[in-house]
Design a protein around this ligand. Structure first.
Ligand code: URA
Length: 190
């Protein structure tokens, strides 16, 4: 068994926080295990919990569409995961405790995938992984080098569904992502 499979098994059976009591499925994430680009969202919603897959509800469809506009997909070249692997009740923000318990496993997941670029999808991931005061509306689309990786924060697709006027800005972020990929890991597009 690979280290990746071992981590996956560990996560699927995780009982570190109370969310394990109410989950239907743990959502490990999906994509090539050696993807150069990793997207990290917040936490599974109802559809994700039901199916055990990340971003497969309405906002997931929009995320897939944004990715496809720049020739990216979870099937080919992007790994999609979440900060927290089990669904918080009523889709509330994950608590500090839940995030802390999941962070160690997320760090292992990032280390094994070893992406060159991480995109934080939404405020919760951007504040946890980049800057505690990260403001998506002001800092989206900017790349920062943090711990040897390039990181960028963008709008959460659920926020775009609520506020479609931000869609052009989000599209711009994905165009910037494509340029950055061509610069630092052009093999993604080969
Ligand atoms: N929202 C997220 O942040 N992650 C998912 O997997 C689905 C919706």
């Amino acid at each position: 068994m690979t280290a990746f499979d071992t981590l996956k098994n560990q996560l699927l059976n995780c009982r570190r926080c109370g969310l394990c009591e109410i989950r239907t499925h743990t959502v490990f994430g999906e994509g090539p295990p050696d993807a150069r680009v990793m997207l990290i969202g917040e936490a599974p919603g109802a559809t994700e919990d039901e199916l055990g897959r990340p971003f497969v509800g309405r906002s997931g469809k929009l995320l897939d569409l944004l990715l496809s506009t720049v020739d990216l997909s979870r099937e080919r070249n992007v790994f999609i995961a979440n900060m927290v692997k089990c669904r918080p009740p009523q889709n509330r923000d994950p608590s500090a405790e839940e995030m802390a318990q999941c962070m160690e496993l997320l760090e292992q997941q990032i280390a094994l995938i070893n992406p060159a670029i991480i995109v934080c999808v939404g405020r919760v991931a951007a504040q946890a992984l980049m800057f505690a005061d990260f403001k998506v509306t002001q800092q989206h689309g900017q790349f920062f080098e943090l711990q040897g990786r390039l990181m960028m924060g963008t709008f959460h697709p659920a926020a775009l569904l609520r506020n479609p006027r931000q869609k052009p800005d989000a599209f711009g972020d994905f165009l910037r992502l494509r340029s950055k990929i061509r610069q630092v890991c052009p093999e993604v597009y080969n």
